[in-house]
Design a protein. Structure first.
Length: 258
């Protein structure tokens, strides 16, 4: 025990202070003489600024050890991350389908009750029907380890076109949409992703009463939207395993089965 003697105020980690004269110290503790008598306090009970003031050499030693511990902790974390079990993609089977789900055409109000005269007579010979549609992506994945956790991310863009247009336009409401699924506890999964809806219309017109066709007695007009392709990419645990761009061939990565 080294004997020293000087007046000081020490700050405790849990709050509060102690005033007095430090009369001795070693690497573990120090003794301070206060108005109420001598008190033995361990260094770990003090705030860093008091350790630095009373024992600068010990403070530098403790600081060096703390930096070394932090460094070792980061290296251990990095090592654990690098040692994380690699996915054997060659044992996993992936299937991807992009389809369109079409509802049934149903008759809709063509506003005939609001009309009079000739326009009303013409509409009597028209039948307007409508159906709602949406795109659908079906992802089937099998061969997973039930005890492992996976994250499957699907990013898609859905192209639609208006009847009569020559160039398809990407649906702005369905552009690069991300769908993330957490997979755990099973070997096989089927993930179904539906896009937003779009509508198709048919207007059937019978010949007569102002309508005359060169062949047949009924003409059909179609309008609204229809599907015109997809962009789809899939990641498993942040690794790209599948990609399909509109008008191009499907690409499977990491030797994944398909």
């Amino acid at each position: 025990m080294i004997s020293v003697c000087f007046s000081t105020t020490v700050h405790l980690r849990k709050g509060g202070t102690v005033e007095g004269e430090v009369i001795s110290k070693n690497d573990e503790k120090f003794v301070i003489k206060t108005a109420d008598g001598e008190k033995t306090i361990k260094w770990r009970q003090l705030k860093n600024k008091s350790i630095k003031e009373i024992n600068p050499e010990l403070y530098e030693t403790l600081k060096t050890k703390a930096i070394e511990r932090q460094k070792n902790k980061k290296e251990v974390g990095k090592s654990q991350k690098n040692n994380k079990k690699e996915i054997d993609f060659s044992r996993i089977h992936l299937g991807v389908e992009t389809t369109e789900k079409r509802g049934t055409f149903k008759k809709v109000d063509n506003g005939i009750d609001e009309l009079r005269g000739k326009e009303k007579r013409k509409l009597k010979h028209q039948t307007l029907t409508k159906r709602d549609c949406n795109g659908k992506v079906v992802v089937k994945i099998s061969g997973l380890e039930p005890n492992e956790k996976y994250t499957l991310k699907t990013v898609y863009s859905h192209y639609i076109i208006s009847y009569g247009d020559k160039n398809p336009k990407q649906d702005v409401t369905q552009n690069n949409i991300s769908n993330v699924s957490s997979l755990y506890g099973k070997r096989n999964y089927e993930i179904i992703i539906n896009t937003s809806k779009y509508s198709q219309y048919k207007n059937k017109i019978k010949s007569g009463h102002g309508y005359h066709f060169t062949s047949g007695n009924r003409k059909m007009h179609e309008y609204g939207k229809k599907a015109k392709g997809w962009d789809v990419s899939i990641w498993l645990n942040d690794v790209l395993i599948y990609e399909h761009k509109k008008g191009k061939d499907k690409v499977f990565y990491k030797n994944i089965l398909h």
